[in-house]
Every structure is written in C-alpha cells, then in structure tokens.
Ligand binder design. Structure first.
Ligand code: SF4
Length: 440
C-alpha cells in the first residue's frame, strides 16, 4: 500500500514534552529484530537499567519491554527520558515507542492518521502542527503498514448496509462540517449530528451512494436549518436504565488494568471489581480515582480503595456547567477521531459507522462526568478545563483499545441506548446546561 499522501488531521498539534506518561502506561510489543537490537546494545546496571530482571520478556508469541515494580519501562530514566534514545538516538527505539501517539488506519487505497488523546500534549494541543510533520509521519506509516496490505474500500454503515470509501468520505465531510460549526456550542453540534445520523439510519441503502447521498445530506441540512430537527434531541433527561448503562461505560473506560495492577494481588483486583460495580449502580459515595492526574488510573490502587466524600448526585450537579475551552477541545477531538477513522471499522472493534459514531458521541458526556469526579476529588466547586483535559486523557487511553469495549455486551449497550433514544439525552444532560432530575 502506498502511504504517500496519508490523511493527516489539520487542526491538531503535537510534539513530545517528555512527561514519561506513555512509558508508564503502555505495554510495548517489540519484534524479534528489535529484541536482537536491544541485546546488541549491551545494557547493564552501570547504564541505569535494573540489574535484577530481564529487559525484554515474552508476551504471547512475541516480546515486550519489561517494567520496573512501579510500572515504568525499564529504560525510563529519572528525568522522564528514554535511555535507548539518550545513548543511541531516536531511530534506535522500538517502533511502538516512536509511533505513539500516532495511530495509522487503512482508508480506501491509502492510510489516515489519528492521535491518541491519552498523551497530555495531544490533549493540550502542544507542539508543532501535525500536518507540518508529514515527512516523519509518512515514514512511520511506511514502517507500520506492510507493502502488501490491501485496500479498505467498503465500510459497514449499520445493520448490514455498506458504503464505499468515496461515499464514506462525503459522509465524513458532512459530519465534520456539522461538528465544526462554531456558531453553535459543541453540545448543540453533537446533538444535531446525532439527529442527522438517525435520519440517515432510516434511509434506503441506495440513498447512501454518491448520486443520492449529496442531495439527501442537503435535505437534512435544510431541515435542520428550518425546523431545527435537533431541538427535540436531548430535550429529556436520560432515564434510569440509560444512566446505569452510561456509568458502566464510564467505569470500563476508567479501568486501566496494567501488569502492575494484575501483580498487585487478588484483594486489590477484588476491590477494583466491586468499585466498578458500585460505579455502575451509582449508589452511595463515588469510588476514588486512583490517580486523577494521569492516565494511570483504576479505582484506588495506590491510595488504597476508598470513596469520595461526595455522592453521584453531586457529580451530576457539577456536569451542568462546563468551562470555557471545552468546545475547542471536543471540536478538535472529534475532528481527529473522525478523520483518522478512529471510531469504526478495523480501528474500533469493526463497529459500523453509526454505532461507532454513537460510541464516540458518548465520550463527550463520559469525559465531563469523569472531570466532575476528578473535581470533587480535588475539593473543587466546579469543573476546570484541567479536569476535562485529564479526564479525556484517562478515557481515550481505553477508547478503541480496551478489549472489554469490543465485547458483544458493549455493542449491545450502544444499540440499546440508541433504540431507547437515550444517547442524545445523555450527551445533553451530562454535557452542561440540562436540568437535573431523576429522569425516571
Ligand atoms: S505521553 Fe506524550 S508527551 Fe508524554 S512522553 Fe509520551 S509522547 Fe511524550
């Protein structure tokens, strides 16, 4: 496959700021050649790497970089820098380390590039524009995508309906245009796009091809302009079933089961399970986030299991007011995820476009909810933009990557929420501005 001309997000900046987060949170798979290269680098404890364990250990059929007891990569130094990089330069690092936070996905006869918002520099839009890094990114794409990789020309829309790549691009452009309309709040843009997608779901399959799609989308746009079809969307509070499903979704995104967690013993794992369950049921006080300042999160590992002196109802209350900057952040996040196809197809558990978009839509209320919990944990009276940034980094770490979200039960949850017309209610209710009531 030719990766020249890879699609890159135009609104996103990124450069590494050496926070060391990814060297603590990720399991780095390496190839046999990379293992050999590391062995030839003749590491020993005089270089600062631990002398009490192998630097590379088996993982399934392959290998991974080993970690210290605290979960950090064995090559991470005290100042947050990579020892391989320091001794031998960037090209000597394993491909997975050089690639992060980029994610490369097949798109038609080429590739498209997304970014992982688990990197704080991506969330905060720090560094140089991604489009100015084309040469580096394309060179990484060449290493990632095998030359013999085939084209990816059709995408599942929903319920067996498929669209070709050219038609999907029209659809994507339409969605992106709707989501970037800065005359509306992001919440309104999202509700409008969900309304459009629902209309499209009911359209006959032949309407989803280029000849008809253009006129169909124009009709939707006009209808939205005249009658504000989206106004009815999200006008009701979510019902109790939707709230339970939503908290379950959030709990699964917050959970971060690293090897260090697995090694922390059955008691911790049991606590983690019971806290996840309490989270889902939404009863009593909220379980603590383990570390609200990084993506290093599950329930209460380092701080011991525990609860906030705050109830779920208090978190709901905080969600009614979101800080300035949220619209910019989510406009950019959705742009990157849509253009990078990081919400459907092979990059997202082979979800169809519609279910994938609805899952992505839920990231908006899920992030605000998590930010509210973080704010309560810090003793704040309102959500700050920093809470939103941290919450998005926490949740996006698992979005598209946690095996749990790929399970049939997760797919059914999205379908059920959609059938009950609750996705838009959740987006409106937890997305700032809706009134709080029981919803039952
Ligand atoms: S998380 Fe991002 S900023 Fe931090 S070290 Fe990794 S790539 Fe760099």
């Amino acid at each position: 496959m030719d990766v020249t001309g890879a699609l890159l997000p135009v609104l996103q900046n990124w450069s590494c700021h050496n926070c060391g987060g990814c060297c603590r949170e990720h399991e780095i798979n390496i190839s046999v050649a990379e293992k050999k290269q590391i062995e030839q680098q003749s590491w020993n404890s005089s270089h600062g790497v631990p002398g009490d364990r192998p630097l590379v250990v088996p993982l399934g059929d392959g290998w991974r970089l080993n970690h210290r007891d605290d979960g950090a990569c064995v090559f991470l130094d005290e100042s947050g820098l990579c020892r391989i990089h320091s001794r031998f330069g960037e090209p000597a690092k394993p491909l997975a380390c050089r690639l992060y936070p980029y994610a490369v996905h097949p798109a038609g006869s080429g590739v498209t590039v997304s970014l992982r918002f688990s990197c704080p520099s991506v969330v905060s839009n720090l560094g140089s524009s991604v489009s100015s890094q084309r040469e580096i990114v394309e060179s990484l794409c060449r290493e990632v995508v095998p030359a013999e990789f085939g084209t990816h020309r059709t995408f599942l829309f929903s319920h067996g309906k498929e669209v070709g790549w050219a038609d999907f691009r029209i659809l994507l452009a339409f969605m992106e245009r709707g989501l970037s309309d800065i005359t509306l709040s992001f919440r309104e843009r999202l509700l409008r796009t969900l309304a459009w997608m629902q209309f499209l779901e009911g359209a006959a399959p032949e309407m989803l091809s280029a000849e008809s799609l253009g006129s169909l989308l124009k009709v939707l746009q006009e209808a939205a302009r005249r009658a504000r079809v989206d106004r009815a969307f999200g006008s009701k509070p979510p019902n109790s079933i939707a709230r339970v499903m939503f908290r379950q979704f959030v709990a699964q995104l917050i959970r971060h089961d690293t090897r260090a967690v697995a090694a922390s013993g059955w008691l911790h794992r049991l606590n983690s399970l019971s806290e996840g369950l309490r989270y889902t049921l939404g009863m009593g006080r909220i379980p603590l986030l383990e570390d609200p300042d990084s993506v290093h999160v599950a329930f209460g590992r380092e701080h011991g299991s525990g609860t906030l002196r705050a109830s779920f109802a208090m978190a709901e209350q905080l969600c009614q007011d979101v800080p300035d900057g949220v619209d910019e952040l989510f406009g950019r996040y959705f742009h990157v995820k849509l253009q990078g196809l990081h919400f459907c197809g092979p990059a997202f558990y082979n979800y169809g476009i519609l279910d994938g978009f609805r899952s992505l839509a839920l990231m908006y209320p899920a992030t605000i909810w998590t930010a509210a919990v973080r704010a309560l944990q810090a003793g704040e009276q309102a959500i700050r933009l920093a809470d939103i940034h941290s919450a998005l980094a926490i949740l996006d770490h698992n979005f598209g990557y946690s095996p749990v979200l790929g399970m049939r039960s997760s797919r059914n949850r999205i379908r059920q929420l959609s059938r009950l017309q609750q996705i838009e209610n959740l987006c409106a209710h937890y997305g700032g501005g809706a009134s709080v009531d029981s919803g039952d």
